[in-house]
Design a protein around this ligand. Structure first.
Ligand code: GTP
Ligand code: MG
Length: 192
């Protein structure tokens, strides 16, 4: 299918949050994990979402409309960026929490996990929080072009156990396009 993705809204503060009727799927993950790159890959455009080799690039909530399907992908600012001030981190947490608790049409959260490193405490905190809220988690291992395939397979197994899912988390690479078609299918399933 020929899809397009367009940025329709950017939000910096809680008071700017508004409700949308369209189904939404959020993208969350540690800073630098590859959220914006994933959006660009899906969009088939290099510079729709700004990417950076320095963590902490995306500081806002960005609503991308997927056409013709009609749902939103919501790129959340990355968490766990150590260099950012406590005030800034608290602001992030409040904004995300408010978004997650008020977005009635939020169908699932894609949790992006770095395929080169073992499961991190902060990622586990996010996935258990989402679970406690009854929000489905779609785990995606990013930068799958980087690790040795044996290590990647091992990490997939670890995450499957941690999340108690039936399926392995999706291995995805914005660089090679690995997992892209599969991700579209999964998004489509949840966005209905
Ligand atoms: P924040 O906005 O800071 O939260 O980061 P982000 O999660 O949006 O990460 P971003 O997409 O900006 O990517 C961070 C870095 O990782 C950039 O240097 C990207 O080029 C690199 N990167 C992202 N995806 C991949 C991938 O699939 N493979 C490889 N090799 N590098 C990637
Ligand atoms: Mg980003």
């Amino acid at each position: 299918m020929n899809r397009t993705i367009e940025l329709v809204k950017t939000i910096y503060e809680i008071k700017q949050l508004e409700t949308f009727e369209e189904p939404q799927i959020a993208l969350a993950g540690r800073s630098n994990v590859g959220k914006s790159s994933l959006v660009n890959r899906l969009a088939g455009r290099k510079q729709l979402a700004k990417i950076s080799s320095k963590p902490g690039k995306t500081r806002s909530l960005n609503y991308y409309k997927v056409n013709p399907d009609g749902y939103f992908l919501v790129d959340l600012p990355g968490y766990g960026y150590a260099k950012c001030s406590k005030t800034e981190r608290d602001k992030w947490a409040k904004l995300i929490e408010r978004y997650i608790t008020t977005a009635e049409q939020l169908k699932a959260v894609v949790v992006l996990l770095d395929s080169r490193i073992p499961p991190q405490k902060i990622d586990l905190e996010l996935t258990s929080y989402l679970r406690s809220m009854g929000i489905p988690v779609i785990p995606v291992l990013t930068k799958a072009d980087k690790p040795k395939q044996r290590d990647l397979a091992k990490l997939q197994g670890q995450w499957k156990d941690i999340l108690q899912h039936d399926r392995l988390p999706l291995a995805f690479s914005s660089k090679t396009g690995r997992g892209e078609e599969k991700l579209w299918d999964i998004l489509g399933e949840y966005a209905r």
